[in-house]
Design a binder for this molecule. Sequence first.
Ligand code: BMA
Length: 330
Amino acid sequence: MSAAKQTILGPELPNIPWEERPKGCSDPVWRYSKNPIIPRDLIPSSNSIFNSAAIPFKGSFMGVFRCDDKTRTCHLHKGRSADGIQWQIEPDPISFSCEESEIGPSLYGYDPRVCLIDDRYYVTWCNDYHGPTIGVAWTQDFESFHQLENAFLPYNRNGVLFPRKIGGNFAMLSRPSDRGHTPFGDIFYSESPDMCYWGKHRVVMKTRGGWQGIKIGPGPIPIETTEGWLLIYHGVLLSCNGFVYSMGAALLDIEQPWNVLYRTHPYLLSPQTPYECVGDTPNVVFPCAALCDPPTGRIAVYYGAADTVTGLAFAQVDELIAFIKAYSEV
Ligand code: BMA
């Protein structure tokens, strides 16, 4: 581990899952050598477990996992882990309580993110309401989950909250979409005074060529750093064999996150290993969560691989920020 870094703001996480960069590797992001950490069949009902979120909880880790069952319906399951690597996932999906019968329960849910704001863990996900939109719920104990109003009209995917209020409001990134395998997608920013009514919509980033040529979407909860919000995101290229999902990162202005300060021109991670290239949807790297330890600058990213299994990748924040700045094209 390299010397202490003070760039990330937030509480320390000395037990962050971690593995040093392999010898001979100079990439800013590297894979865990024992990937995938979660196989597709970890629970009896699952066809696949991917695009999932982990968060520190009382000295260990909790997670909300996308488990597609053998009818190929997507559900959200709770999981727990002592080390962030070996997970126990509940066999049954999370049961959300919802006062508004028009909203819940829904037919499917996928691609969850988990965000701690004050004393509540908020779960956001792609929720079914006459098509995909952004579901929102909160829990304090990972036992009872309280579902709120959907954040947006259909169709939308990848609702990603900021871990604190901005300008006095809750803040969320998302990617407006269509009903299907959307052939477009840019990242937008919205604010809410109460987690119910969302507005002040701003465009953050749009597609550009290469690996982020057809759509982009926010990934893990943005990480607050002294250089801006570190946003890890996915970008999609359309090849003759279909979509290819890679991972990149940007730095957003702290007070006005719709202003992009820096943005990677090359990708940080693209599907290259067998478990990223072969699966139910080949060639997908899809980050949904990041843990970080401010005193050491270590970052651990959870990502779905080939819509089938879950992998871990690592980075050092100072190196990552230096890379984003050195190879930036805003
Ligand atoms: C996106 C979402 C993700 C999925 C990805 C690749 O549109 O549906 O859940 O991982 O496509 O198939």
